[in-house]
Design a protein around this ligand. Sequence first.
Ligand SMILES: Cc1cc2nc3c(=O)[nH]c(=O)nc-3n(C[C@H](O)[C@H](O)[C@H](O)COP(=O)(O)OP(=O)(O)OC[C@H]3O[C@@H](n4cnc5c(N)ncnc54)[C@H](O)[C@@H]3O)c2cc1C
Length: 337
Amino acid sequence: MTALTLIPDFDLTAHNTLALTARSRFGVKIERAEDFPALYALAAEQNLPLRILGGGSNVVLSQDFDGITALVSITGGGIIENGPDATVVEASAGETWHDFVVFTIDKGLGGIENLAGIPGTVGAAPVQNIGAYGAEVADVFESLLAYDTTTGTTRTFTGPECKFAYRDSVFKYEPGRYVVLSLCLRLKRDWQPNLKFAGLSELEGTPDLTPRQVMDRVVALRNSKLPDWRVTPNAGSFFQNPIVSLEDAAPVLAEFPTAPSFPQPDGRTKLSAGWLIEKTGLKGFRMGRAGISERHALVLINLGGATAEDIAALATHIKTSVQSRFGIALHEEPVFT
Ligand SMILES: Cc1cc2nc3c(=O)[nH]c(=O)nc-3n(C[C@H](O)[C@H](O)[C@H](O)COP(=O)(O)OP(=O)(O)OC[C@H]3O[C@@H](n4cnc5c(N)ncnc54)[C@H](O)[C@@H]3O)c2cc1C
């Protein structure tokens, strides 16, 4: 067993896509799944809180965390089963999600091309059931391996055990209980492109369409719509699209009959958070060192030197404004930690 090296006064500014000024009392890179038990034992011994960080693309980090921040950096993976109907691919939690997508495409496998270009790690992908362009990780999920910090054991989760829903899973019910160590996806041989989403439908009818062509289109669409977090620090969509009753949606739809509204299987409807914010007149709005992107009303940006408090104040202003304009409550997507 290798000794864990805790780095004191760890600067996390380069470890979150909002580039928030943030430090942790200790930071540590975990490169082997076997090191988690020792890490949790160490944190308990020193009576320090421990938090898990992947690529930092879905978090709002507090300026000073008086504990240990563990960066999940376990790499590896490959094809683990090549059946006649499907191929099962595995990746360790610290792999970059987009690299995993490219790996599957390079192997001639389709199934996660619509999820290309999403920042972050493989381990975080099932936590919030990442989704884009009409697809989500749950669609192709096979299983995952997680470390249970409560029992100190590792366990395998099947799809139903993960309780996947829109940007949700069992791993959000008890934050911090499980550390995802690796993920397996089942990619079917008879790949059918998923082109329902606006922007992809124009690929319909392309002769011999390949997963790579769909991936390239997805990446191009994302680049044209979303500000690049490396240039304009952000955490992607800051609010979940609200799923509301038809009664709650009625005032919005009465005033704007063409407002985006997507009927749900349970009879409710999903409204567009970005559309609501834009119609509230907040696109491009700035508040101190934080602002709303001019390009996309759902994206909060760091204008330079922002802290979690600046982002939280802006998020509160947006929620209050949308609530008073439309009577709809918005909920943040990133985790404040
Ligand atoms: C520009 C941009 C675009 C985005 N577009 C999309 C999109 O289209 N669709 C979408 O769904 N999301 C999108 N996101 C959000 C983000 O990319 C995803 O949520 C991603 O899965 C987060 O991965 P991460 O490794 O950065 O997680 P982090 O931000 O590091 O962590 C997020 C949460 O997951 C926990 N966590 C991280 N790793 C693990 C692990 N191994 N085990 C257990 N818990 C863990 C953390 O503790 C934290 O609570 C976007 C973000 C940005 C910046």
